[in-house]
Design a protein around this ligand. Structure first.
Ligand SMILES: [Zn+2]
Length: 211
């Protein structure tokens, strides 16, 4: 059996188990999606949103990319954000990074990862530059990278707040709250590192007043 065939076989077993426990399970989900949460996480295979939060299908709308970045011209992310905030009307947006993130570690080196990855990792280098004084003062390398993981999450929260999608929802419906979390690969625990309530005043330079 090929490795991917195992996935299809496991899928059948999973679907059967769900129906055995609750015959209306898929019928209900097929008709309704009303998640309260948008999750923006890292693509890392060790950080599955539903599994580590004990949530079921239907509860979290998910977007994942390398190092959980919110890039202001990323059409993919912005489409997900707009749909989740404007249409699904989620109450919370969670950015979840994780310690031991390969993308974050890579961005902190001088290695050339070639054009596409370099382009993506550049956003993390910019986060480093914004917090260079604090980061350079940390002598232990692992501790310094862990802190960069946290600061990256914080900066991505700011990036969310800079979008008209978030600002419009804040102004008109006083939601969603923004949550910055970091997941620990070594202990499975999520640590909240930064929070921004709906309607928080941000740098006026990034505020729109004609939403
Ligand atoms: Zn990662």
């Amino acid at each position: 059996m090929y490795s991917y065939e195992k996935l299809l076989q496991e899928n059948k077993a999973w679907a059967k188990e769900k129906i055995d426990r609750d015959p209306g399970y898929f019928e209900r989900l097929a008709h309704l999606q009303k998640p309260d949460f948008l999750w923006i996480g890292c693509s890392d295979s060790r950080v599955p949103a539903n599994e580590i939060t004990g949530t079921q299908p239907g509860e979290i709308f998910v977007h994942r990319n390398v190092a959980n970045l919110v890039v202001n011209n990323d059409v993919n992310l912005l489409a997900v954000l707009d749909f989740a905030v404007t249409q699904l009307k989620v109450k919370h947006v969670i950015i979840c990074g994780h310690y031991g993130c390969g993308g974050i570690s890579a961005a902190a080196t001088k290695r050339d990862y070639k054009p596409v990855l370099n382009m993506w990792l550049r956003h993390i280098k910019d986060v480093y530059r914004l917090h260079q004084k604090e980061l350079d003062s940390i002598t232990d390398n692992d501790t310094r990278i862990d802190r960069l993981v946290e600061l990256n999450v914080q900066e991505q929260i700011f990036n969310l707040a800079k979008t008209t999608i978030i600002q419009r929802a804040w102004k008109k419906e006083q939601r969603p709250d923004l949550h910055g979390w970091v997941y620990g690969l070594k202990d499975g625990i999520i640590k909240p590192v930064y929070e921004m309530k709906a309607g928080t005043q941000i740098d006026p330079l990034y505020e729109y007043d004609d939403l």
